[in-house]
Design a protein around this ligand. Structure first.
Ligand code: 2RA
Length: 332
């Protein structure tokens, strides 16, 4: 089937093509869509070249689904045009995530809410996705009251220019014109992701709070986040403290997580086994370790969660939504 990838030449767009190929999604033709300046360029998929087209031509080619990763304003402008033509859109930007008429989907958590009427489906923020995949089975079993999360996020979450800044600095190039962050990122840590809001939190932090409630379908879950950029590229890491309504057994928590689809437990600290971005890089799963009781408070758990933000945090999650639509005959 024909698949349109809008923003096919960006970091996430490239990853979407890789994931579609690796997971053997039944693609007959890729329709790469990009802005005016990229039209006519070639994009490779499974050894074949496909020509980048504008969105009007893409709609005329009647793809079965369009996966968008082209930023919020492009999505706001173009996703409705695909949707009106009956082409389901899976959108990686934040444009539609909190729109009450749109579903915000992590397949392991809430794909079963999707219907044929959902023509624009939002893919959540990367740092939220990896956290809710782990939270879901725990919430079902013990009921989560409150989550305190601190993130350690890869520069790939910002985009290619940020990766370039990191490596330029590492090579000794401190040219301010190449900087996308307001400070040096190499050998540094920035407690700042996305813009600051009036309440003192960043937009990224509020995404973790608001998106979690929507995906989990439970407004009673309290989430407070501190999101931090670190000079790494393999994935996002999160220290997560979860307070439950009901008490848990630690061995049972580990068993539950090891039986959860899409989750891999890596928890043998005595042998230095715990999730790290260097190992999560290029993988589709969410890795969890450092599973331990919070000894300062009853019914409370500490976890360390790592996933490749370009994969499960973006491309893989979007392709999994497309797989769900395919399995359930919901594609155009
Ligand atoms: C980041 N959350 O890591 C973003 C990307 N979606 O900056």
């Amino acid at each position: 089937m024909k698949i349109a990838v809008v923003g096919a030449t960006g970091l996430v767009g490239t990853e979407i093509l890789k994931v579609l190929a690796e997971r053997n999604f039944p693609v007959t033709e890729i329709i790469p869509v990009a802005s005016e300046k990229s039209i006519g360029k070639q994009v490779e998929f499974k050894g074949k070249q496909f020509t980048v087209v504008g969105y009007e031509d893409a709609i005329k080619m009647k793809p079965a689904v369009a996966i968008f990763s082209a930023g919020g304003s492009t999505s706001l402008a173009l996703a409705p045009k695909f949707a009106e033509a009956g082409i389901p859109v899976i959108d990686n930007s934040s444009a539609w995530r909190m729109d009450p008429t749109k579903k915000l989907v992590v397949p392991e958590v809430n794909a079963d809410t999707l219907t044929a009427e959902d023509k624009i489906i939002a893919n959540p923020n990367c740092s939220t996705i990896q956290m809710v995949v782990v939270m879901k089975p725990l919430h079902d079993k013990y009921k989560i009251k409150r989550v305190v999360v601190s993130t350690y996020q890869s520069v790939t979450g910002t985009g290619k220019a940020a990766v370039d800044q990191l490596f330029a600095e590492r090579g000794g190039d401190d040219d301010a014109s190449k900087k996308v962050y307001p400070h040096k990122i190499d050998l540094n840590v920035l407690p700042h992701i996305d813009v600051f809001l009036d309440n003192g939190y960043t937009k990224e932090e509020m995404k973790m709070t608001n998106e979690t409630k929507k995906i989990m379908g439970d407004d009673s879950i309290a989430v407070t986040a501190t999101t931090v950029r670190i000079p790494t590229i393999g994935g996002h890491s999160e220290a997560v403290n979860i307070e439950f309504e009901n008490d848990f057994d630690l061995a049972e928590v580990t068993k539950l997580l090891s039986e959860t689809e899409g989750v891999i437990v890596q928890d043998d600290p005595k042998n230095f086994v715990y999730p790290m971005p260097i190992n999560a890089h290029g993988k589709d799963e969410v890795f969890v370790g450092r599973i331990r009781r919070d000894e300062s408070q009853a019914k409370t758990l500490n976890l360390w969660i790592v996933a490749d933000n370009l994969r499960k945090g973006a491309a893989t999650n979007a392709v999994q939504i497309a797989e769900y639509l395919l399995r359930n005959n919901l594609l155009a």
